[in-house]
Every structure is written in C-alpha cells, then in structure tokens.
Design a protein around this ligand. Structure first.
Ligand SMILES: [Zn+2]
Length: 120
C-alpha cells in the first residue's frame, strides 16, 4: 500500500528535476536572445548614432564613413558578453571580419599591429 505514494513521489521528483534541467539548459539561449534584442535597441539609440557619427573604428582607429561601421561586441555574446554601452563599439568591416574569424590570440596580435603606430 505504502509503495504507491512513495513511487509517485519519486516520479514527481523526477519530473521536477527534468523541468529544472530543461530550464538550466535554456538559460543561455534565453539570455542570448535577450542580449540580441538589447543590441537592436542600442543600435536604434541616439547614443549609438553619436558613436557612429565619430566615424572611427574602435579597433584600428581609422576613419570610416559612419554608414560602413558596424556594431561589435568587445566580449562576444556567445562568450557571455552583454549588450551594454561598455561592451559595444563601432568597428569597420575589416576589423569585424577579422575578429569573427581569428582565434583570440590572433586577434590580440592583430590589435597590437594596428594600434602600434596610433597616437593613443
Ligand atoms: Zn577597424
């Protein structure tokens, strides 16, 4: 007689555990889409328009027409970066592509090579 409630309880715990697991696995996906949405909002903000208006790539420091600059996350969203003013910068297409396809160490070397001769 007592076996049935006990078994039912275990079964219930199992369900709850699965639900929790499911939730945990989906946190990243959920926060990722939240950060992507925040990036879209930032892109439409006056603050971002002012960043673009400076016409300067954050990485190589070269001047570009504002229209050709794109929003880049210094710490990529896929690595836990956020869509905050401190983490998004205007980047030229060259830097943006390089950052996308380079390994972090290659990217560091690239940054050193482009900032070596800059005044800052
Ligand atoms: Zn650049």
């Amino acid at each position: 007689m007592g076996k049935v409630p006990g078994y039912a309880r275990i079964w219930k715990y199992g369900l709850r555990y699965n639900a929790l697991n499911h939730f945990m696995n989906n946190i990243d996906e959920a926060s990722l889409s939240r950060e992507r949405q925040k990036a879209r909002e930032l892109r439409g903000s006056q603050w971002w328009k002012r960043q673009l208006a400076q016409g300067r790539c954050h990485y190589c420091g070269k001047s570009y027409p504002p229209k050709t600059l794109t929003m880049d996350h210094i710490v990529p969203l896929s690595r836990g970066g956020k869509s905050t003013k401190g983490n998004v910068v205007p980047a030229c297409k060259v830097c943006n592509n390089k950052k996308k396809y380079m390994l972090p160490i290659e990217w560091e070397e690239y940054l050193e090579s482009v900032t070596e001769n800059s005044v800052e």
